[in-house]
Design a protein around this ligand. Structure first.
Ligand SMILES: Cc1ncc(COP(=O)(O)O)c(C=O)c1O
Length: 442
């Protein structure tokens, strides 16, 4: 064990990690990154198959983003964003508004995915208060959702290891069964479904809409819930219901925004414009922490009043609209515009759909799901009964370790092994990743 790892074990506390077992399973010491590869100190390399926690989209150290950051550091590093503004934030907002669905006209910046969601929840709640509907305080969310680790985010997420220690802090709301097509909540078959499960959402709205501020959803993929991919028609119907019952629609595109599912934003595939769109992760190309919550002019207007008005949105963060983050985000959008990123995603997506069949005879793979640059394999004990293979099963740990030996970073989520590939992955790299993944699961 190197001195540095020894120091890591002495000083650091890692996220989502049982630190008592770190001594036996020390973290990888990564020293450099290039393209879609990470290199550790021993010289071993790994495909960054999960895009460094779902954020790296253009590969590591993309020169355009690196240069933009360097340029920005010649002029303005950071300033507060109340009573002060700056060119990079103004330009970024204009660009974001031009590429997101038409109704979104205002941008509120924060630091990460969780804050983007908290901002949307608070804005929705206060909108109703400012509009003389203070009784609309509840949120509807999926029972397997994951929206982040802050208290509001946890409250609208599903029950899980992430939330169980904190339930005393969380507020209550309405949870509807997730559109988990492999284990359909209403027993439909995947190929014969007409998204009847959306009726479960309407049941809650019919009964409680007067008390509901918003529906919050992860569009097309419930990511941390196990990469559950569901049809765009569900999303379109949820949007229709949100209008019918006068509740906001919050779309959390923190993980799927910026090309992940094949379109710039997942909601485009359902032709939906939400009342709030939450963005982070890929916003800066996955290089710097930055988040944005976009909303409509109508919602913005409900917060207007005289100086000191209680209608004001009293929320902010020290690093709101940090200029370096904004400059990285602008460079990332330039890459999308000029380097054919989305057409590369289409190619990857096509190849993934074609090649994924090579996994179908694996004795433990019960379901294979794919969209955009995402592929997920749900492991089961028994393919017929779909009995779960416990998430902490040795088999899963072995797949992770074999993945490392085979140069692929397969960080399992419960009983799901998945690929969440950088959007710049080439077809040759994809083929190699699939072969290495298969070998690691053999
Ligand atoms: C859909 C979704 N929302 C919110 C978050 C929280 O983002 P962050 O980890 O940046 O706080 C995540 C993180 O994975 C996510 O997947």
């Amino acid at each position: 064990m190197t001195d540095l790892i020894q120091k890591d074990l002495t000083y650091n506390w890692h996220p989502y990690t049982q630190m008592s077992v770190q001594q036996a399973n020390p973290p990888l010491l990564i020293e450099k990154a290039s393209g879609i590869k990470l290199y550790d100190v021993s010289g071993q390399w790994y495909y960054d198959t999960i895009s460094s926690w779902w954020c790296n989209i253009h590969g590591h150290l993309h020169p355009r983003i690196v240069n933009a950051i360097k340029q920005q550091l010649n002029t303005l590093d950071h300033t507060l964003f109340a009573g002060i503004t700056h060119k990079t934030a103004i330009e970024l907002s204009e660009r974001l508004i031009s590429i997101t669905p038409d109704g979104l006209q205002r941008v509120f910046y924060s630091d990460n995915g969780s804050t983007a969601v908290e901002v949307a929840l608070k804005m929705s709640l206060q909108y109703w208060r400012n509009s003389d509907r203070p009784e609309k305080t509840k949120f509807i969310s999926f029972d397997r959702a994951y929206h982040g680790d802050m208290v509001g985010c946890m409250s609208v997420s599903g029950e899980s290891d992430f939330t169980s220690a904190f339930t005393s802090l969380m507020f209550t709301g309405y949870k509807v069964p997730s559109p988990y097509c492999y284990r359909c909540p209403i027993g439909q078959k995947k190929d014969e479904c007409a998204i009847e499960c959306v009726s479960l959402l309407e049941d809650v709205l019919r009964e409680h809409a007067d008390a509901i501020a918003a529906i919050i959803l992860e569009p097309l993929i419930l990511c941390a819930g196990g990469m559950l991919i569901y049809p765009a028609s569900y999303l379109a119907e949820a949007a229709r219901l949100s209008k019918k019952y006068h509740v906001h629609l919050i779309l959390d595109e923190v993980a799927v925004g910026f090309g992940r599912t094949g379109t710039m934003f997942a909601c485009e595939q359902a032709g939906v414009c939400p009342d709030f769109l939450c963005l982070s992760k890929g916003l800066t190309g996955g290089i710097l922490p930055l988040a944005a919550t976009l909303t409509t002019q109508d919602i913005f207007n409900a917060f207007l009043g005289p100086q000191g008005s209680e209608k004001t949105f009293y929320h902010g963060h020290t690093f709101t609209a940090n200029p370096i983050g904004c400059s990285a985000a602008l460079a990332s959008l330039d890459i999308f515009a000029e380097e054919g990123t989305l057409s590369n995603v289409q190619e990857i997506s096509c190849e993934l759909r074609k090649s994924i069949d090579m996994f179908k005879d694996h004795p433990l793979i019960g379901d294979i799901r794919t969209i955009g640059t995402v592929a997920a394999f749900e492991l089961v004990k028994n393919k017929k009964t779909k009995e779960l293979l416990p998430g902490h099963d040795n088999v899963i740990r072995k797949i992770y370790l074999k993945g490392l030996e085979n140069n692929v970073m397969l960080r399992p989520m419960g009983n799901v092994i998945y690929l969440f590939l950088p959007l710049v992955t080439t077809l040759e790299e994809l083929k190699d990743i699939l072969l290495k993944t298969k070998k690691s699961m053999a």
